[in-house]
Ligand binder design. Structure first.
Ligand code: PMV
Length: 317
């Protein structure tokens, strides 16, 4: 049986992180410059049902059965067993690699899950539809994040721009005028479960205040979608900056993120904000195409450990 491979892109949240956990809308887009990849090969010498796992990026070489059920990689593999109703499928070796920075708001966990689910289900003879891939990856996201909104698994499984409201079917939207986003990495790993948990505690002590902030974010997300659909992507610059201010008020920014956001603005970006869980990880900035190289240089100068230039468009294949 030939080796089967599958990959899944990274993602960024353009608008609405954190508020999306509280059922406000958010917009996310795939980032194809980075990806997770899973390769599955038959293991003819091993007993049926055996899945050996190799993930060199995290120094892991083991068997699925040796990982606790709560381990995300085990959960992704088990999710495929259940979805396909398998108990002892042909043994295989699963190798996972990823160029998506870990704990940086780019969806590395969800992308690894999606790649594994696709590769294993294809290997065992039944490729799953995107909805089901996303649903299994969502179960794994709960292990990583506790109370995930579901935005990561959706944008990554469907690999197209999404307008997402928790618990509702995803909506895609038109992007008649593609635009450029520069992504700057602080190089600081930050746990989304922690920022989401801290914000939940703050919300519990003062729900009215935070509900008000989330409502303001929702207004920004709706305005951003309208501007993108109307072919006026430049109008989302000030909305990004406004969304960032609200994220500051939720206490999920950090000194490193502020440094990069300021550097982008000073280099002439049209708007900038943190993206994802915050307190580290990545920030994003909207740039005019003529100014891209200045903004990239300014981010590097200000200490970004990695910079990605990505084009946002309606379809990626
Ligand atoms: O995986 P991250 O860091 O992009 O965070 C996801 C965005 C949050 O809104 C903070 C959490 C969630 O589950 O939506």
């Amino acid at each position: 049986m030939p080796a089967i491979s599958a990959s899944a892109p990274g993602k960024i949240i353009l608008f609405g992180e954190h508020a999306v956990v509280y059922s406000r809308p958010a917009i996310a887009v795939p980032v194809l410059q980075v990806k997770a990849k899973a390769i599955v090969r038959a293991d003819p010498h091993a007993k049926p049902g055996t899945v050996s796992i190799e993930a060199p990026d995290i120094n892991l070489k083991t068997h699925q059965s040796e990982l606790p059920p709560s381990h995300p990689l085990n959960a992704a593999v088990s999710g495929v067993f259940s979805a396909l109703n398998l108990t002892r499928p042909p043994a295989c070796k699963l190798r996972i690699t990823s160029t998506i920075p870990i704990a940086a708001g780019m969806g590395s966990g969800a992308a690894v899950s999606v790649a594994i689910i696709r590769a294993l289900s294809a290997f065992w003879g039944k490729s799953l539809p995107d909805e089901q891939v996303s649903a299994i990856a969502y179960e794994v996201e709960k292990i990583y994040h506790g109370t995930p909104s579901g935005i990561d698994n959706n944008v990554i499984a469907f690999a197209m721009p999404v307008y997402f409201i928790r618990g509702q079917p995803i909506e895609t939207f038109r992007v008649p005028q593609p635009f450029t986003i520069v992504i700057g990495d602080t190089g600081v790993e930050s746990s989304t479960a922690t920022t989401v948990g801290d914000l939940r505690k703050a919300w519990q002590t003062n729900p009215d205040h935070y509900e008000h902030l989330f409502d303001k974010v929702a207004g920004i997300v709706r305005a951003a979608r309208a501007a993108i659909e109307a072919g006026r992507p430049e109008a989302i610059g000030p909305l990004m900056t406004r969304n960032h201010e609200l994220l500051q008020q939720m206490d999920v920014s950090s000194a490193d993120l502020e440094t990069l956001v300021r550097a982008a603005q000073q280099a002439g970006a049209l708007g900038a904000k943190l993206s994802g869980g915050g307190r580290g990880g990545n920030m994003i900035t909207l740039v005019d195409d003529q100014r891209t190289s200045e903004v990239v240089a300014a981010l590097r100068e200000a200490g970004a450990t990695n910079v990605i230039v990505t084009r946002i468009q309606e379809r990626y294949n």
